[in-house]
Design a binder for this molecule. Structure first.
Ligand SMILES: Cc1cc2nc3c(=O)[nH]c(=O)nc-3n(C[C@H](O)[C@H](O)[C@H](O)COP(=O)(O)O)c2cc1C
Length: 183
């Protein structure tokens, strides 16, 4: 598959086959994330790969209870990758104060999507999870405050019976050349 085909194929997968993901494949995905660009080359990302069913169960209970129950499907993925960030004080404080942008969140988005696209190339399905209890995740892994728990990615072989269609805005909805032009 070339890049356009991978991008076209990728979609959020919320049902997975009961089939473990080979560690070598996980490593390929993580390597793609590792090579992502980041503001000031801070590389703020850290990844906790959860492929042990016991740990995954503890994570699910802590992260996907109460108002976070809609994300419980992720607990049925063979792998859950928790993405943490350790923001650089200078780059991030300055970025936020002067530019009004939390660069580390952009960095995590880019690295995570590298991971997702690499997974797609390998025939794996993924889903970003942004709706979970950060506090719960912190507790499970005893994560100190200087790390932000930004997102998770559920990973596994997709159940082909459950692949939904993509609903996307058109280019004319989202692009203007040389002008602003939205209401
Ligand atoms: C930052 C981010 C957070 C997301 N959080 C969740 C989530 O908590 N639960 C969920 O089911 N999907 C989540 N998604 C997946 C989106 O719902 C999905 O990308 C969107 O509906 C478009 O569908 P597609 O990925 O198949 O193109 C998230 C996606 C992103 C990028």
């Amino acid at each position: 598959m070339n890049l356009s085909e991978i991008i076209l194929k990728r979609r959020s997968v919320r049902k997975f086959l009961d089939r473990p993901v080979e560690r070598e494949k996980i490593e390929v995905c993580l390597e793609a994330a590792r090579l992502a660009p980041s503001a000031e080359n801070v590389q703020p990302w850290r990844f906790i790969v959860v492929d042990d069913p016991g740990v995954r169960q503890r994570l699910a209970e802590a992260a996907f209870s109460g108002i976070y129950k809609p994300s419980r499907f992720a607990a049925r993925a063979p792998v859950v990758i928790v993405i943490l960030a350790r923001p650089d004080i200078v780059a991030n404080k300055l970025g936020k104060a002067v530019q009004g942008t939390q660069y580390y969140l952009l960095d995590i988005g880019i690295a995570g999507e590298h991971l997702v696209l690499a997974a797609t190339e390998l025939g794996l399905g993924t889903c970003w999870i942004g709706w979970f209890s950060k506090r719960g995740v912190r507790k499970v892994f005893s994560i100190p405050p200087k790390y932000d728990v930004v997102a998770m990615i559920a990973l596994g072989y997709p159940d082909p019976k459950h692949l939904g269609p993509k609903r996307k805005k058109t280019l004319s909805d989202i692009v203007r050349y040389n002008t602003f032009g939205w209401k």
